[in-house]
Design a protein around this ligand. Sequence first.
Ligand code: NAP
Length: 326
Amino acid sequence: MKAIQITEFGGPEVLKLADVREPTPARNEVRVRLFAAGVNPNETYIRTGTYSFLIPDLPYTPGFDGAGIVDAIGDGVEHLKIGDRVFVAALLAKRNTGTYAQKVVCDAHAVHRLPDAISYQAGASLGIPALTAYRALFHRAKIKPGETVLIHGASGGVGVLAVQMAKGIGATVIGTASTEDGFALVKASGATHVLHHITEDSMSAILSLTNDRGPDVIIEFLANVNLETDLKIIAPYGRIVVVGNRGSLEINPRLAMMKEADILGLALWNALPHEYKESLHAVEAFLESGILHPEIGVELPLEDAAKAHEQIVSQKAQGKIVLAID
Ligand code: NAP
C-alpha cells in the first residue's frame, strides 16, 4: 500500500511517499482503509525529532487523525464491523503506522462511527482538533452557557471547532483571525463577534464588546505572544487556557493576582481514558445535532504531505488542512 514514510528526522522534505507492507490487525485492533487524513501542527514538531511528548522510532508513518471504512477486524472488537464508515481520532500510533497512508491499524478505541452526512474529509478533521477544543472548553475552562469566551486564534483547525462547540452550548463567542477569509470562516462558524488577534493597542475593541468586563474565558492559541494581553482583558475570576505556545514571554503575575484569574495549561496527551471517551461521546452528539460542522480549508493529495506541513506552520489559517487518499 501507499504511505508517507519518514526515514530520518528533518524538514518537510523527509515526508516521502513509499510502498509499504499492509498492516494486519491484532486482538482489539481494527484496520481502516483511509480516504482522508487530518494534518496537525504537532506532526510537524514530531517530524523534527525534537518534540518533547513523542519521538518515534524510525522509520514511521505520521498522522493521528483520518477517516475511511473498516476493512479488517481483530478478535475482541465488538462495536465495529467491516464496511463501517469511521473516523480515527487522535490515534497513538502503534508499530509506527499513522494515518498518512491508505490503511492504518489501530486500537479499536480510537475508531468511531462517522455519520453518513459527514464527508471523509470532514471526519479526518475531527480527531485532535475536536478533542482539544472540547478539552479546552469543558475539561479545563469549565465554560457555562451564558458566559463570554474569546477564541484567540479561531480560524484554524482547533479554533473553528471551539467556536462551534461554545456557540452550541449557549456561550457568546468572540473569535479572532487575521485575514478576510479567516474572518468570514469564524463568522460562519457562529462567532457573535470577529476581531483581529488582540494586541496591547487593540484591547479596547474587546473591552467595549463586553461592557468593559472582558471575556470570562480565553482559549489561547499563541500564548507566547498574547498571555500578558489576555491577563489584561480577562474578566475577574476568568480562566485562560493555554492551548498553543511557540516560545516564551515575560508576564506580570500581579495581573492574575488582582483578578484571581486562572491560567490553565492543556496537553491533549494528558487526557485520561474516561475524559477521552467522554469527549468523543460529546463530539458524536455535536455532529449528529449539527452543532459541529467541520469546514475544510485546504485539501491536498497524500503525496503532497510535505506541502501540507509547510503550509500549516507558515500560511494564514483557513480552517483545516487535510490529505486526500486514493
Ligand atoms: P492552525 O490550523 O495552524 O491554526 C493556527 C491558529 O492560530 C489560526 O487561527 C491563526 O490565525 C492563529 N494565530 C496566528 N497568529 C496568532 C496570534 N498572534 N494570536 C492568536 N492566534 C493567532 O493550528 P491548530 O491545529 O488550530 O492548532 C493551533 C495551535 O494549538 C498550534 O500551536 C498547535 O500546536 C496547538 N495545539 C495544541 C494542542 C495541545 O494539546 N496543547 C492540541 C492541538 C493543537 P491566522 O492564521 O488567521 O492569523
